[in-house]
Ligand binder design. Sequence first.
Ligand code: C5P
Length: 415
Amino acid sequence: MAAARILLIVGGGIAAYKACELVRLIRRAGAEVTCVLTDAGAQFVTPMSLAALSGQPVHTSLWNPQDEAEIGHIQLSRAADLVVVCPATADLLAKMTAGIADDLATTLLLATDKPVLAVPAMNVRMWSHAATRRNIAWLRESGVSVMEPDHGPMACGEFGPGRLPDPEAIWRAVEARLAGIPAIGLAGQPGSDERRTPLSGKHVLVTAGPTHERIDPVRYLANRSSGKQGFAIAAAAADAGARVTLVAGPVALPTPPGVERVDVESAAEMAQAVAAALPADAAVMVAAVADWRIADPADEKIKKQGGAPPALALAENPDILASLAAGPQRPRLLVGFAAETHDVLAHAQRKLAVKGADWIIANDVSGDVMGGDANAVHLVSGAGVESWERASKQAVAARLVDRIAAALAAEPADG
Ligand code: C5P
């Protein structure tokens, strides 16, 4: 049988060095590989390394008269049995989706009539950005095999999905694709739709941000919640195919794509908006709801009158999470958050019981969590405590949404 011929397009990313190992594995298996290096890819690996490893000339430019005379770029795109893009950067995936052909690599991708396997690698935020999600969905629908990246620490210091899979795993995907089996090891291919939209058909209700409790027309009581974690959870749930209602306190954040947002100010308004959004399959109550409101807010601005400052009498706010847990429309999965500055786990375990939630996500907010971009949380449930390593709020959201999808997919408990 003739040796398989692979055209390997190496994009620009720190993971490009792993493409060298992939070339070695391809050749070790007896297949042939010809490399195309983008300008950005050449910032990370040299044409010389790829030429030495592949035993073939490396192609870098559309404007090389010698290359054109010898083979021609259309021919190069069709001589292979499989085109592999590794690493596939966000930029390359976007150009593939848009049909842009402004260099040798993108021209080959537009001109090829052969199967294409893309192996993405990028920063976690670029991976979870709506534009990248849309591009990958479109590419998969169009028949391009797109591997799922690995989760883990990244060169940029963040944590989450976006790492290039191990070259061995990429080689297994290449072998599967060459054998005409697009689904093996490639999430998102036909037959693995569940992975892409595990929450499709489900309604997920999320609360986020602080509440503002009015003192008078110009003043309020508030807290330092930024809303970032709740918005990231709403975005991740929408990304997983859920219908998402996001009840947001006053925050300066854009609405994630595909999310239905209801803006509220006070705890009382949040309670009403939550009730109006029911029924829901899962509710994730991330909002830092004010425990107290001003018992009797003033209709006019309270004036300084000299002497003693005014005394503010407080009244307790309704506990939205506890009422939802006890109410007739309790979602099947009810997740609360517990922001604590000390004895984090003990408080969370107590809250699980007192509030009637299924899970409490406990986080220590004594550091830079409030308003920051990273979070270190513990998932506290009847089954015990799971401590997750510190990660970006997006990565925490993605992990939590995976867990929610798994819990909703499981058979409901009897009784
Ligand atoms: O008691 P604590 O405020 O720490 O509880 C936090 C959890 O309870 C969060 O999930 C929060 O959204 C929810 N909560 C609520 N209504 C309140 C207070 C807290 O839903 N009034």
